[in-house]
Design a protein around this ligand. Sequence first.
Ligand SMILES: Cc1cc2nc3c(=O)[nH]c(=O)nc-3n(C[C@H](O)[C@H](O)[C@H](O)COP(=O)(O)OP(=O)(O)OC[C@H]3O[C@@H](n4cnc5c(N)ncnc54)[C@H](O)[C@@H]3O)c2cc1C
Length: 379
Amino acid sequence: MWDLVVVGAGPAGCAAALGALRRRPGIRVLVLDKAGFPRDKACGDGIAAHGRDELARLGVPGLIDDYRPTPRLTVVSPGGMRVSATAARPNHVVPRLVFDARLVEAARAAGAEVRLHRVREVTGAGPVAVIDGRIRARVVIAADGANSAVRRLIGLPASPERHTAIAVRGYADVPEDDDVQLIAMQRAGWPAYAWSFPIGDGTANVGFGMLLPRLRATGLPGRRVLHGRLAELLPDRPARDLRAHHLPLSTGRPVPGAGPVLLAGDAAGLINPLTGEGIYYALLSGRLAGEAAAVAAGAPLPAYRDALRRALGRHLRTTDVLARLAQSPGFIDAAIATAARRKEVFDLLVEVGLGAGTVPVPLACAVASRWLREGLRRR
Ligand SMILES: Cc1cc2nc3c(=O)[nH]c(=O)nc-3n(C[C@H](O)[C@H](O)[C@H](O)COP(=O)(O)OP(=O)(O)OC[C@H]3O[C@@H](n4cnc5c(N)ncnc54)[C@H](O)[C@@H]3O)c2cc1C
């Protein structure tokens, strides 16, 4: 009998194991992943400063210190408004091949057993969960990503298509001193954007993403659209190692579990709908789920739900509303134009897009009135 079985050894799963073992050293934690590490994962590799805070809380503060910070950020809005500024705290770009393998090693070093195992069945016998007929656990944390099998197996629905994005990423050569994270939003097929995130070694992670229903509406093969748009938008950065994956946005998040099973990270549909950022939310939700498993093994779900609500409740409600407003590209134009004039607004947008930030009412009113004025002027 394991105290905790974590399914998936990505950022959410490793954070769950580390969070549980830090809260109650000595408990029996098993981490299962269908892949052996190091393994690649389609991702922009951007780790926000907030993600580094989480690494510190998990007891691995120096995990990515050997990667160069990238403090500068340029965002181009769908209508061509541009803001370039230095973020209050730098982000990092670390290939997932490296980042995830380091996290797995940290979980192992903290006392978790990590096994290669694809989970196919989860059944319940009262408060105990049974995985594939033979692994028994007091608590299971499903951290098995965007297409979570465990989420389906416990009867929760997959992320609805209208709340799911899809993105392709590749790697391209860039000058070694390129240290600007670029996000170029697109009016065509909006919401959609391309990015270039330099790693600091003469390569950058480049990619393009859009909402799944918008991709389907083109009637063309997904590969052709995603690869074609990426090549068209970043013509000076031909990409290799292209790889695509779904992004379950937090606007379509399910309840965070059932019985002894808790969902974390992409399995919990926690990706920021404005930016596609998910690593910070995976680390945070994984840690909270692990802590709940460690201290409230008899009834972990209420403890986890409360902790999630305290950490992210207001933020998630804010991004629910902003994602609806952002359906109009003019709203984003107004927000970026405001950020270009006021550094405190730029910093706030970073907090909302990459962290747990919320929007103060006066600022929401300022952006909305600019948006309305621009709309009237155009008419
Ligand atoms: C193209 C793209 C670009 C992105 N860019 C960024 C970015 O720049 N910054 C950012 O913060 N976020 C980004 N994201 C989102 C980010 O990648 C995810 O939010 C993050 O990986 C979520 O971590 P996770 O641990 O929940 O899931 P994952 O990282 O997907 O890990 C899930 C793990 O579960 C394992 N697994 C799956 N099924 C099973 C099973 N049945 N049994 C056992 N193991 C299983 C998998 O092998 C995998 O290791 C991007 C996403 C995409 C698709």
